[in-house]
Design a protein around this ligand. Sequence first.
Ligand code: NIG
Ligand code: FE
Length: 416
Amino acid sequence: MLIHSASQLLTLAGGPQRGDRLGQLEIIPDGAVLVEDEQILAVGTTQALRSAYPDEPAVDAYGKVVMPGFVDPHTHAIWAGDRSAEFELRLQGKTYLEILEAGGGIISTVRATRTSSLDKLLNETRPRLWTMFNHGTTTAEVKTGYGLRTAAELRMMQALLILNGEGPLEIVPTFMGAHAIAPEFRERPDDYTNLVSYTMLPILKDWWEQQAPFDRLPFVDVFCETGAFSLEQSRQILVRSKELGFPLKIHADEFDNLGGASLAAELGATSADHLVVTSAEDIRALAHSETVAVSLPCTPFGLAEPHYTPAGQILEQGGLLAIATDLNPGTAWCESMQFAIALACRYLHLTPAQAIAAATINAAAAIDRSDTIGSIEAGKQADLLILNVSDYRHLGYRFGTNLVQTVIKKGHIYHV
Ligand code: NIG
Ligand code: FE
């Protein structure tokens, strides 16, 4: 199939974009892409590809932007239950950490998730995944973390594998047994930390090795935060994970600075996420590492808080910056990377081109998939979007509506 006549074909070719290189869209005007089966075969101008491949079935993208599918590298898209009442409490002045401390927040979703059947969990999650897909996300990282017990965490993982199998959204799974201290361990956080480190992780590893089509181990993530896991507890879990061969992620500096970002850099984590109250020293450590800094602008927006990731400092220091939605029932119920881009332009002060690179090729790097997705290059997976606009800057500039017309996932066409 030949997708042709795009007003702007954003290829994002050339790999992840560090520091001031961020924002290189590598645009081909009047661009075309040749797709065969699940793969991109060739990329070029309409004229060049049409004469080289005259007999291919054509998809006319005249006057439209064609770009790589969005990669959402941080979500908690799987859960059961409802937290709308909590939103109201927050509007009346309660803080997120106060609600968590009082046994609400994450723990209220844990109660609902533990008691729901696998089917109920799948049925509540599936529509969110479709909403993500229809808004242009072709691959999403999704975390467990509302089970906080071995069996309940594995059931969430099982559900993620089932949902990934159903498609079309491709799911990159993360184990987050360390999302909060399980309620039974409220007074014994070190015991829960040991349970995650020495019981859950080895069981997960054995279980995983029996899940046939998944060759790569899932990520392990820890919520390093006041009221969740201390820096030392986070270190214990991540070091243990690393010993077992799991790739690492961390939630750091969402509310308090505990040093989680520097820990991520030290341990060679794939990403460090949130990064709102990150110190200059942490930023330097991150920028001098391979760890991707993932900003989640929907979260302060969702919490109506005024502070966002100091993206300018991260880029100045030469860091690798990505953005994600953080889709979750507590702080940011947002399925749309387009909205994350709109916020990133306003509050991280990124240009649309920078935000688009952060949402595609750099987001792919944040889940260690930049060799197969995140750009339009020969040999990569055919995950593409056709937008209803002729200039890419409409992403960021416009918000609250969906600019995606067509999603192409592994070469299959879905009209939105
Ligand atoms: O990234 N901070 C921890 N996890 C989520 C919130 C999850 C929840 O409140 O259910 C976040 O903001
Ligand atoms: Fe999160």
